[in-house]
Design a protein around this ligand. Structure first.
Ligand code: PEP
Ligand code: MN
Length: 335
């Protein structure tokens, strides 16, 4: 952190500030230019309140040089993290994985049929919501614990690890026991209590970017999970709110290389929620792969027209198969 002093800063004021910072454990270095006097601070500057410092009339401005997130950043961990799922290295560091399945688990027949189809096409994980964060309280809210039981049956029959969203700490023990990857949805990205608790489960967490969250906020949310030292995190770009109405959200494909540069964590992309339309899933999935993502999460439904949730953005198993073969070609092209 650099403190830029005003030109009329008095020696006594500057010395007082330096002493104060030294007693707080920071290393101080004076930087004197032709007209500017600056103080460089090294140490854990995240505890410094910048606005407070800028209230001194002899401080012109304070410039942050390090990032506010730590554990998810590359400074802390330069090499790519590989996340293990169900004891197998699955995603990150060159390993690519696709999670696919319906928005919501609806019945045993539905989840089994989709699970078998996506497995055959090469999916590494089965997604399916049991607890659904619906915008309207009148929409289908998911099958809850019964949905989780159906996911477990699908896992048993196909061997696919299951990814499903947790909405509250109430079911933390059940998720820690039964789920392979715990999803924290966009609407809960800044539910800090939930983040800290899922970070204690030891299960990998798929953390989706909030609807109006910056990349920096996503990485700080990841730190909340990582600080427990037990769970790994997979980041997920799922589209952000913009003024555009032609799509449900604006898929921020540039977030992929930005996140890959700033963070060691694997990055997935969700082109289903990111666009809101099934026909946009194919081009945006391929664009995300070309941008360097480590995996995708795709909504697949055996009968999208009758889906209880997000049918308009779900692709059929046949189309998913085509998408998987195109993904392989794009991966080969950029290798
Ligand atoms: C989901 O993946 O089912 C979901 C609700 O996604 P998001 O949290 O990104 O809206
Ligand atoms: Mn959905």
């Amino acid at each position: 952190m650099i403190i830029v002093l005003t030109e009329d800063a008095r020696e006594a004021q500057v010395e007082g500030l330096k002493q104060n910072m030294e007693t707080r454990g920071f290393m101080i270095s004076d930087i004197k230019g032709q007209s500017k006097h600056m103080i460089g601070l090294a140490g854990d500057t995240s505890q410094i309140d910048i606005e407070n410092l800028e209230r001194y009339d002899f401080v012109e401005k304070v410039v942050k040089v390090s990032e506010p997130y730590k554990l998810s950043g590359r400074n802390f961990h330069p090499q790519d993290s590989i996340v293990g799922i169900d004891g197998k290295e699955t995603i990150g560091g060159g390993k690519f994985a696709v999670a696919a399945g319906p928005c919501s688990v609806e019945s045993e027949q539905q989840i089994l049929s989709v699970a078998r189809d996506v497995k055959r096409s090469g999916a590494a994980m089965l997604r399916g919501g049991a607890f659904k964060p619906r915008s309207s309280p009148y929409s289908f809210q998911g099958l809850g614990l019964d949905g989780l039981e159906l996911l477990k049956i699908a896992r048993e029959k196909t061997g696919l690890p299951i990814v499903t969203e947790i909405m509250s700490v109430e079911y933390l023990d059940v998720f820690a026991r039964d789920v392979d990857v715990i999803q924290v949805g966009a609407r809960n990205m800044q539910n800090f209590t939930l983040l800290k608790e899922v970070g204690q489960t030891g299960k990998p967490v798929l953390l989706k970017r909030g609807l109006s969250s910056t990349i920096e906020e996503l990485l700080m949310a990841a730190d909340y999970i990582l600080v427990g030292g037990k769970s790994d995190v997979i980041l997920c770009e799922r589209g952000i709110r913009t003024f555009e109405t032609a799509t449900r959200n604006t898929l921020d494909v540039s977030a992929v290389p930005v996140l890959k540069k700033k963070s060691h964590l694997p990055v997935m992309v969700d082109p289903s929620h990111g666009t809101g339309y099934w026909h946009l899933v194919y081009p945006m999935a391929l664009a995300s792969v070309a941008a360097g993502c480590d995996g995708l999460i795709i909504e697949v439904h055996n009968q999208p027209e009758t889906a209880l949730c997000d049918g308009q953005q779900s692709i059929t198993p046949v189309f998913f198969e085509k998408l998987m073969s195109s993904i392989a070609k794009v991966r080969e092209a950029i290798a």
